[in-house]
Design a protein around this ligand. Sequence first.
Ligand code: MF3
Ligand code: CO
Ligand code: CO
Length: 263
Amino acid sequence: MAITILSARDCSRMRRAGAVARATLQAVAQSLRPGMATAEIDALVRRDTEARGGTPSQLGYQGFPAAVCTSKNSVVCHGIPSANELLELGDIINVDVTTRFAGFHGDTSATFFIGDPSPEARHVVDVAKRCRDVGISAVRHGARLGDIGASIEALAQREGCSVVRELGGHGIGRSMHADPHVPHHGCAGTGIRLKAGMALTVEPMINLGAADVLFLDDGWTVVTADGSLSAQFEHTVLVTREGCEVLTTPDCVRAGSAALAEA
Ligand code: MF3
Ligand code: CO
Ligand code: CO
C-alpha cells in the first residue's frame, strides 16, 4: 500500500498529537509508585488524555479493552491493565500511550523502574532505550527501512540482548497503524527508501534472554518464552531531509544523531 507523505499542515497536527501523547506519558511517569494497580494507570491515562482534548487511540482498537498498554517484567508488549496487578519494588514496567488529537495519532512508550532495579533490569532497560535511539538516528530521507533494524539488532547483540521479531514499529498518521511495518532487525541497505514527510514509530522490544515470544490466550499479552525480562521504548518520528524530527520528546527535537544524544 502507498505510504502517506504528510503535508506541512498535517505535520503540524502530528506535532500536536505527539506532544499530547508525550505529556500523558510524563503524567504517568510522575505518578507510578509501588502498590499501584496497573488499572490505576489506565484510569490516569483516560483522565489525562481527556483533559488535554485527546482520545486514547488504543481503547477499543480491534477490541483492546483499555486505554493504555502496561507491560511488566517478562511481558513484552500489549499488557492489559488490571485491578489485580500491582506494581512491586524491583519491577520494570512499560507504559505505552497512544493519543488521537486533531485527527492524528501520537504513539510513545517508556519502561520505568519501580524502586531500585536489579543490575539485569537496569541493563535491559538501558539497552532498549539505546536501541530505540540508534534506530532513530538511522532515519533520514533516502535511508532504507532495513538501516533502522540493522542498527538496532547490532547494538542489542553487542550488549548480549535479543530483539523481538514478531512485532515492529509502523507508519502512523490519521491511523494509529499504517504502512510501512518497521522491523527492528534486518539488513542495512534493504527495504523501501524513507522519504521526507513520512511518519513512523521506532519501538524495539528487547529481551534479556532469547528473542522468542508467546502470545497469551487473552488475545493480547505477549510474553518472553523463557520468562526473561523485556523492555521497550517508543517514539513517533517524522522523516526529514536532514534526519528526523522526534515528535514525542518533551522538547521536539529536529535533526539527526548528534542532537538526539542530548534529547
Ligand atoms: N501503542 C501500540 C503500538 O506501539 C499499539 C498497541 S495496540 C493495542 O503500536 F490495541 F494493544 F493497544
Ligand atoms: Co507503536
Ligand atoms: Co505504542
